[in-house]
Design a binder for this molecule. Structure first.
Ligand SMILES: [Cu+2]
Length: 149
C-alpha cells in the first residue's frame, strides 16, 4: 500500500529524471519539509529577500497558512493556495480543502520584511503543527558594508 510517486525519500541529491513541470523549483530543493504533524525544521531563519520553499514530504495533505495578526508590520500575507487573508484560507479549507498541499507539492514565499512569521497547518493546527520563519535584516549588501580584499 505504499504510494511513492517520485519523492525518493526526499534525498537532496536525487536529481535523476525529474520532470520539469513545477517551474523554478524541484521537489528535492526545499527549505521546510513536513512530517505527519510537524514542520521540519519548526523554525527557519533567513535573511530578508529570501524565497522559502515548503515541500510536503509527508503522505497526508497539509497547508502552510500564516497567522495574519502575528505578521510584522508591512509584511505580505502568505498561505498555500494563494489566499490573501487567514480568514479566506480557513474558509476555503473548510469549504473545499482549498490550499491543500499534497505529497510532493511545494509552496514558495519571498520574505522581504524582517521579523517573525508564525504559520500553521490548518488541518493539524490542534495537533500543534506550526512553524516560524525568522527573517533577519540583510547584511553584507547594504551601503555601510565595506569589503577589504
Ligand atoms: Cu498538517
Amino acid at each position: 500500500m505504499e504510494r511513492r510517486v517520485f519523492l525518493r525519500a526526499a534525498a537532496p541529491t536525487a536529481a535523476v529524471g525529474l520532470a520539469g513541470c513545477i517551474g523554478s523549483s524541484t521537489p528535492t530543493d526545499y527549505d521546510v519539509g513536513m512530517g505527519a504533524k510537524e514542520f521540519r525544521p519548526e523554525t527557519l531563519e533567513v535573511t530578508a529577500g529570501t524565497t522559502v520553499t515548503w515541500l510536503n514530504t509527508n503522505k497526508q495533505g497539509h497547508s502552510v497558512t500564516a497567522y495574519e495578526d502575528a505578521l510584522p508590520d508591512g509584511a505580505d500575507y502568505f498561505a498555500s493556495g494563494g489566499f490573501d487573508s487567514e480568514q479566506a484560507a480557513r474558509d476555503d479549507w473548510s469549504d473545499s480543502s482549498g490550499g491543500t498541499m499534497f505529497e510532493g507539492q511545494t509552496f514558495e514565499h519571498t520574505f522581504e520584511v524582517p521579523g517573525e512569521y508564525p504559520y500553521f497547518c490548518i488541518p493539524h493546527e490542534r495537533g500543534g503543527m506550526a512553524g516560524t520563519v525568522v527573517v533577519t535584516a540583510e547584511t553584507g549588501t547594504a551601503s555601510e558594508t565595506t569589503t577589504t580584499n
